[in-house]
Design a protein around this ligand. Structure first.
Ligand code: COA
Ligand code: NAP
Length: 262
């Protein structure tokens, strides 16, 4: 497939899990891909996996909380590939804890990675994205739309991301840049799920609460991202689109909260 031939994708947090799967999907569709995250070993492995798919790919370590590091990575990507057409902001932090057990530093860590980090990558990439046809995909979560026990920090962060999506769709739409949020439900085999669904009983209850009765796959999320970044979605902006099997309709967080200390 060559739907994204000639396009360059920049992915924050693109070295593992969902974001890497998205990067690999676009690589398989002909895009050049640049990934960043904190761990140099993860960056190297992710870049190799993208090159193994036949893609032009590179990356560098960068912490999305540090604007200078993000800006340096964006500059490097543009120097190497000449342009940036699609931005995926996927770096995030999560852990399961009730609000009274989250320190100021813990709350700040998640807000800074998710919200500030998303602002940083969108801001740093803006001059390259400022053209008709550019697309931004912010990776959100059901917590951006519905409350969940043990997730006050993530609810705050992901709802903040979703409002930035809407605000920048408003500001940047006239420039031709579309901005959307992709909101995956529980995706099997990911770090996020390991953290949120801590044991087999919780997994069973989690799946039972999903209307489609299964966790999502990496491919489910990658397919939505590819659609939203494509010309087929060229009238969609400012949307928060779930790919969650209906999770957001029935968020009752199963027994997640019961595994937590008060
Ligand atoms: N419950 C309560 N607080 C927790 C916690 C938990 N399970 N895990 C971490 N924290 C707190 C720490 O105690 C610390 O606060 P303190 O200094 O007051 O003790 C604070 O969070 C920051 O932890 P630290 O490990 O120093 O931060 P970091 O910036 O290195 O890492 C995290 C950020 C905590 C979000 C870390 O889990 C991470 O890097 N996550 C990335 C991967 C991920 O979350 N993937 C899933 C995405 S959905
Ligand atoms: P993951 O594998 O832990 O991916 C997170 C990525 O972000 C990693 O590559 C990590 O690499 C990077 N990262 C973390 N902090 C960073 C920072 N400060 N600066 C730069 N990069 C950073 O998690 P995942 O479960 O696949 O989740 C990916 C995305 O999907 C997240 O936005 C998450 O909120 C969302 N999501 C996941 C699920 C799910 O079921 N898993 C559901 C809904 C939404 P380093 O450690 O090298 O920095």
């Amino acid at each position: 497939m060559s739907e994204f031939a000639g396009k360059t994708l920049f992915v924050s947090g693109g070295t593992s899990g969902i974001n890497l799967a998205v990067a690999q999907h676009f690589a398989g569709c002909g895009a050049r891909v640049f990934v960043i995250s904190r761990d140099p070993g993860r960056v190297a492995a992710a870049v190799q996996s993208l090159r193994d798919l036949g893609a032009e790919a590179d990356g560098m370590p960068a912490d999305v909380r540090q604007y200078d590091q993000v800006a340096a990575a964006v500059t490097r990507c543009a120097e190497l590939f000449g342009q940036i057409d699609i931005l995926v902001s996927g770096a995030a932090g999560n852990f399961l804890a009730k609000a009274q057990n989250i320190s100021s530093n813990g709350f700040r860590a998640v807000m800074e990675i998710d919200v500030l980090g998303t602002h940083h990558v969108m801001h740093a990439a803006f001059s390259h994205l400022r053209k008709p046809g550019a697309s931004i995909l912010n990776i959100s979560a059901p917590q951006g739309s519905v409350a969940m026990v043990g997730q006050a920090h993530v609810c705050a962060a992901k709802s903040g991301i979703d409002m930035m999506t809407r605000a920048l769709a408003l500001e940047w739409g006239p420039l031709g840049i579309r901005v959307n949020s992709v909101s995956p439900g529980p995706i099997e085999g990911t770090e996020g799920q390991k953290r949120l669904v801590p044991n087999p009983a919780a997994v069973e209850e989690r799946v039972n609460a999903i209307p489609l009765k299964r966790m999502g796959t990496l491919a489910d999320v990658a397919e939505l991202c590819a659609f939203l970044a494509s010309d087929r979605a060229n009238y969609i902006t400012g949307a928060v689109i779930p790919v969650d099997g209906g999770t957001t309709l029935n968020p009752t967080p199963t027994r997640m909260g019961q595994f937590l200390e008060d």
